[in-house]
Design a protein around this ligand. Structure first.
Ligand code: NAP
Length: 459
């Protein structure tokens, strides 16, 4: 895949970049290793100040940064601004809570024959981050803010279609005061990742992306005995039970499916509705999906912009065609509009069966599949009938049903009467083929730490 900015709204190639040569990569690896020897000794206060400075730069430049993001990957401009602001919030969260999250953890020395004993969190070294284009800043920030706060240094291999976002991030951390080599962007293709990950100077890896990419990175990291965090795909269920507030559930369902032009790992993708409210929910949901405004993502009134890549649209079209060929019904959408750009309309499909690819594969675009179930057992079974396990949503006012969903949905998160969202304060990650490890909150900052045991004897 060429490393280039191609405007998804027009298909126009705006800027191309050459991938780094092996020699250039070697220079950057040396710089990372050397930066780590200095950076690991910096104080947590300094790191916090630099993260606060990064937040300030993001907030001060939000309008132009958002425009760059929208032009690179097509999300509506309002969503791009919200992403920039969220990055600032993530920086501030770790700047302010880093000391507490990384504090030494004392244990009773007498229980282990010590004068004093504790566990402490120390950085590992250079960490390689392989990142996706769908939230080109936030996906990186939720790794980088905690990793840098903990004293690691970062090497970013970003998606080949967002090189300007990738370069902006390097510049951001530089301008914020992090020293030379603390955060470096490696413009390179996926085929150049393996030697970097195997390099002994690289101590750990994190990948956010598709399940196949995760398998590959996980296998290489495992072979080299390096820790890894994998944040992969999802096909989140959105369950609606009879006691749900249907109006609110339908409104949130549309957002949960169509945020980021339908290209979010934690987008609700499978809508599982109790028979007794299915007709009512379907009408409200389909009406709202059909009313979304598809158009120029730089226009403030646009709800849905183009998909990020031409291939991404072809993939979505293939999944919808497969379902329709095998007997599913289209309740709205399902046909690309005429004209330039990789637009695809909000689409609702009913009658999806296990024979259809959409039943088991992730649809990375604004396409919802609707299912009907007779009771909560069926709802839970269908929700869990997937290889993924990232987020999950359930709508019910019944406390017993809420408890059941919290206990039985096999996913990294469950949101009751709300939509799955990432917050710096909450851990984020999946189970099954959605990956392993956690980002954000305390868990995210400790992933790339050596939990060092300290035992101090008397004398
Ligand atoms: P992708 O094709 O897997 O690419 C993600 C990143 O991995 C890119 O930088 C890509 O580089 C690189 N890559 C791909 N194959 C690789 C390999 N074999 N070895 C090393 N690097 C490789 O995914 P995407 O299309 O960008 O993103 C969409 C996917 O990400 C969806 O499945 C979505 O659900 C998932 N996602 C998950 C989360 C989460 O937190 N769980 C968040 C966002 C997205 P190139 O661009 O150069 O190919």
């Amino acid at each position: 895949m060429p490393i280039a900015t191609v405007n998804p709204a027009t298909g126009e190639v705006l800027k191309c970049f050459d991938p780094l040569s092996p020699e250039e990569i070697e220079t950057r690896l040396q710089r990372a290793a050397s930066a780590f020897t200095r950076y690991r000794l910096t104080s947590i206060e300094d790191r916090g100040r630099w993260l606060e400075a990064a937040a300030g730069i993001l907030e001060g430049g939000a309008a132009s940064i958002a425009e760059m993001v929208t032009t690179e990957m097509g999300k509506p401009i309002s969503a791009a601004r919200a992403e920039v602001e969220k990055c600032a919030r993530g920086c501030r969260f770790y700047a302010r809570s880093g000391r507490e999250l990384l504090a030494d953890e004392p244990v009773d020395g007498s229980a282990v024959g010590a004068r004093r004993a504790y566990a402490c969190y120390q950085p590992l070294g250079p960490v390689l981050a392989v990142m996706p284009w769908n939230f080109p800043l936030w996906q990186v920030m939720r790794f980088a803010a905690p990793a840098l706060m903990a004293g690691n240094v970062a090497l970013l291999k970003h998606s080949s279609n967002v090189p300007q976002s990738a370069l902006f991030l390097e510049e951001l951390f530089q301008r914020a005061g992090f020293g030379d080599g603390v955060f470096q962007t490696l413009l390179m293709g996926a085929d150049q990742v393996e030697p970097v990950l195997r390099d002994p100077r690289v101590r750990a890896a994190t990948l956010t992306g598709s399940t196949p990419a995760g398998r590959s990175i996980g296998a290489i990291a495992g072979g080299a005995l390096k820790p890894s965090v994998l944040e992969l795909g999802g096909s989140d269920p959105f369950i609606v039970m009879p006691s749900a507030d249907l109006e609110r559930a339908a409104e949130v369902a549309v957002r949960a499916r169509c945020q980021n032009n339908g290209q979010s790992c934690i987008a609700a993708k499978r809508f599982i509705v109790h028979d007794s409210v299915a007709d009512d929910f379907e009408r409200r949901f389909v009406d709202r999906m059909g009313a979304l405004r598809l158009g120029d993502p730089l226009d403030e009134d646009t709800d849905i912009g183009p998909l990020a890549t031409e291939q991404g649209r072809l993939d979505v079209e293939e999944l919808v065609a497969d379902a329709v060929d095998k007997g599913a019904s289209l309740l709205c959408g399902g046909r690309r509009p005429e004209g330039a750009g990789w637009y695809y309309p909000p689409t609702v499909v009913s009658g999806v069966t296990p024979a259809m690819r959409m039943f088991s594969e992730e649809v990375f675009g604004p396409v919802a599949s609707l299912f009907r179930v007779g009771d909560i057992d069926e709802a839970v079974a269908l929700a869990n009938a997937t290889d993924f396990g990232l987020g999950s949503n359930a709508w019910t006012q019944d406390p017993a049903e809420q408890d059941r969903f919290v206990r039985d949905l096999d996913a990294g998160a469950v949101f009751i009467n709300g939509m799955t969202t990432s917050y710096p304060e909450l851990p984020f990650g999946g189970v099954k083929e959605s990956g392993y490890g956690r980002e954000l909150a305390a868990h995210g900052i400790r992933e790339f730490c050596n939990v060092k045991t300290v035992w101090l004897g008397g004398g």
